[in-house]
Design a binder for this molecule. Structure first.
Ligand SMILES: [Zn+2]
Length: 192
């Protein structure tokens, strides 16, 4: 006798640089990391709402050779630990190490994972059994919200503070001032 499969869960997808950590440019060391105010509260709130937590990050720094894949993975391990110490358990971290123009060697390619392509989100949905229509995404760039749209994510949020949030987001994107506003928007949306 087989157990019935659990129903797919919703997720909160987070861009990393500019949403989880302050974007100083190509962050890959613990000592360069400052967390964006409100990120732990947002993540704990999402967990309480039953959402998986998934980071999706374009890592052109790997493509360009600014740091190695090994350094990136070591940093991701540190990030998981630092967030766990705040009661935030990440279900997945997905990255794209490619760049179509500036990538070095095998990292130079037109891939299906670099946002605005939806590849990382679709992979996470398969790996973690996620219900994308009931999921939310928070980014700071239109390439984030576009990736979410192409994947069928139900709630698309963009930080208005992100200088990268140009051009003007599409009408179905909710602009939020900060992570506290994102937390309240997520709560309202999950309760609807
Ligand atoms: Zn890629």
């Amino acid at each position: 006798m087989t157990m019935p499969a659990a129903a797919p869960r919703p997720a909160l997808f987070l861009d990393r640089d500019g949403v989880v950590n302050v974007n100083h440019g190509y962050v890959h060391r613990a000592e360069d990391t400052a967390f964006v105010p409100g990120i732990f509260e947002l993540c704990r709130s999402a967990q309480a709402l039953g959402c998986a937590l998934v980071i999706i990050t374009n890592q052109a720094g790997i493509a360009r050779g600014h740091y190695s894949a090994a350094q990136y993975h070591a940093y991701s391990g540190w990030l998981r630990g630092a967030m766990a110490a705040q009661g935030v358990l990440l279900d997945g971290i997905y990255h794209c190490p490619h760049h179509p123009e500036f990538g070095v060697g095998p990292c130079r390619r037109d891939c299906t994972c670099r946002k605005p392509a939806p590849g990382m989100i679709l992979q996470a949905a398969r790996d973690l059994d996620l219900d994308l229509a009931r999921s939310a995404l928070l980014g700071d760039s239109v390439s984030d919200s576009e990736a979410g749209r192409r994947a069928g994510v139900g709630l698309l949020m963009l930080l208005s503070a992100g200088a990268a949030a140009r051009p003007t987001p599409a009408a179905d994107v909710q602009t939020v001032r900060d992570l506290d506003a994102a937390r309240r928007t997520l709560q309202r949306w999950c309760a609807r």
